[in-house]
Design a protein around this ligand. Structure first.
Ligand code: G3P
Ligand code: CA
Length: 249
């Protein structure tokens, strides 16, 4: 589903059609360098409903789209992302001549086309002020309704909801908690983003009954796809949208 839809509308339309939403995890990293504009563009072209990205705060307070806290794995740079200015990061090659995107560039690409899930990378090195900068950016860009913000750092999600209760926000987890709804409530979250293998149908039902949306990551092969079809979350994130997308629903 492409068009100027809010996250809520995407979710409700998919539920009405009994369809799971397809998310490009870091774009389409099967075919392009992860978390680059080429990767996100490809995911959109493949028909993803949403794309997921990872954000860090630069030393000069800008939001850079990259996964790791260090530069070595995905760029020709070295050291901590958070120890560089945006201008320094922009000099680097993020693969195949691509640059590390600024969040605003990604917003321009996805606006009114696909939903954007923004993971704040607050572990292990925290970025004080990241939530405030992110909320200000989303408001300036008029993008609040088209995004979800997620994090493994549940305290940061609670902080985000205190700063901006209208921003859709989710906790990420890779366990099967005794009380998933309690975890969700503790963070004041709207969405529960689970590792695919730790979700189960009872947990999904419990979360849905509590009013939450449920997502899973990363569904890249037949086993994970099989289990995801059993659990039926609202959204499914994959590194292989070209391969998994046609088989999902
Ligand atoms: O969407 C959640 C998922 O992306 C979390 O894991 O390490 O791939 O960012 P990671
Ligand atoms: Ca992520």
């Amino acid at each position: 589903m492409q068009g100027p839809y809010t996250m809520r509308q995407r979710l409700e339309a998919a539920r009405a059609e009994e369809r799971m939403l397809l998310g490009g995890h870091r774009g389409n990293p099967a075919d392009h360098p992860e978390n680059t504009l080429a990767s996100f563009r490809s995911a959109i072209e493949l028909g993803c409903d949403m794309v997921e990205c990872d954000v860090h705060l630069t030393t000069d307070g800008e939001l850079a789209v990259i996964h790791d806290h260090t530069l070595e794995r995905t760029t020709n740079g070295s050291g901590l992302v958070g120890a560089h200015t945006l201008a320094e990061l922009r000099e680097l090659d993020a693969g195949q001549g691509e640059r590390i995107p600024l969040l605003e560039e990604l917003i321009e690409l996805v606006r009114d086309r696909v939903g954007l899930v923004i993971e704040t990378k607050q572990n292990p090195i925290p970025y004080p002020g990241l939530e405030e900068k992110l909320v200000a950016t989303l408001r300036e860009q008029g993008m609040v309704e088209q995004v979800s913000v997620i994090s493994f750092h549940h305290l940061c999600i609670r902080h985000l909801k205190e700063v901006a209760p209208d921003v859709d926000a989710g906790i990420i987890d890779a366990s099967r908690p005794i009380d998933p709804v309690g975890m969700l409530r503790a963070a004041r979250a709207d969405l529960y983003s689970s590792y695919f293998g730790t979700l189960d149908p009872a947990m999904r039902a419990e979360l849905r009954a509590a009013g939450a949306a449920v997502g899973v990551w990363t569904v890249d092969d037949d086993l994970s796809l099989l289990w995801t079809r059993v659990c039926r979350p609202d959204s499914v994130f994959t590194n292989r949208p070209g391969e998994i997308g046609p088989k999902l629903n």
